[in-house]
Ligand binder design. Structure first.
Ligand code: CO8
Length: 263
């Protein structure tokens, strides 16, 4: 678990449920997402997700870059057959989508190409005012392969996505917030504190309710509205079968903090 070479992993927080922190750590390559890095990221996400002592997960980079994309020298080694046979991207980029706990992305500096695609697979994004987002694949003579052409239009709308994808231009943090790509923009030196605070708040809630909230909200992009609302209604009824629903409502009426059993 501590033998990672391309990421740094630590646990943070005060309460009984902690925050799992994963830092992408290939600073010399602006955290380019190499194959070993993506393997390690998958393992670390899986380990935090399985740990009942962890409430949510923060994924971040360093001051200069969240990640400047997939590792270009590695991509250059591929031809069609090797990309196809090695299941390039498919085999290790989407573990993050299996995680049931919230993954909060904290972005400083460059967040480009595969880096932006990875960021868009997080549940919520917080950006420093230094963040720069883009899908510059077109400049390399390729298209995105990690969902960029599909998630970017859903996150920021078609016209802006098309503008980004076709010109390869970067957008700054203010534009990213205006467009709905990120939830909040913060001065760089306050970013991590604010993200850890949000994480602590989430860690303080009932774990199954948090997991359900994440699942249903992400489902909004997968199923038709009427169907999605029906599923939400069923789950809303289901939470009345939990201890935590009675506890949360009783605690409110008794003006005291809730004592969750996470069930
Ligand atoms: N891959 C590998 N190395 C990189 C990458 C990258 N994506 N980006 C930067 N680096 C390296 C540079 O080569 C350089 O290394 P060295 O010091 O050895 O020359 C070092 O990081 C620092 O970079 P720069 O000197 O270029 O720094 P600048 O501040 O001048 O520029 C930029 C920063 C603008 C971010 C610039 O580095 C850049 O344009 N990088 C490439 C961005 C890009 O095109 N990203 C898209 C990559 S393609 C992709 O992500 C497809 C996703 C599909 C998924 C694929 C899954 C396998």
């Amino acid at each position: 678990n501590t033998n990672y070479e391309c990421i740094l992993v630590e646990t943070r927080g005060e309460g009984p449920r902690k925050t799992g922190v994963i830092r992408l750590n290939r600073p010399k390559a602006l955290n380019a997402l190499s194959d070993p890095l993506m393997d390690e990221l998958g393992l670390a996400l899986k380990a935090f997700d399985a740990d009942p002592g962890i409430g949510c997960i923060v994924l971040t980079g360093n001051e200069k870059a969240f990640a400047a994309g997939a590792d270009i020298p590695t991509l250059l080694q591929h031809d069609f057959m090797s990309a196809f046979n090695s299941q390039l991207i498919s085999k290790n980029w989407e573990h993050i989508l299996q995680v049931r706990k919230p993954v909060l992305g904290a972005v400083q500096g460059f967040c480009l190409g595969g880096g932006c695609e990875l960021a868009m697979m997080c549940d919520v994004l917080y950006a420093a005012d230094t963040a720069k987002f883009g899908q510059p694949e077109i400049k390399l003579g390729v298209i995105p392969g990690g969902g960029g052409t599909q998630r970017l239009p859903r996150w920021v709308g078609k016209s802006k996505a098309m503008d980004m994808l076709l010109t390869g231009r970067f957008m700054d943090a203010a534009e990213a917030e205006r467009s709905g790509l990120v939830a909040r923009v913060l001065p760089a030196d306050q970013l991590m504190d604010e993200v850890f605070q949000a994480a602590e708040t989430i860690n303080g809630y009932s774990a199954p309710v948090v997991a359900l909230m994440k699942q249903l909200t992400n489902q909004a992009f997968e199923v038709p509205l009427t169907e999605g609302v029906k599923i939400e209604r069923g789950m809303f009824h289901a939470v009345f079968g939990t201890h935590d629903q009675r506890e949360g409502m009783n605690a409110f009426l008794e003006k005291r903090p809730a004592n969750w059993k996470h069930g």
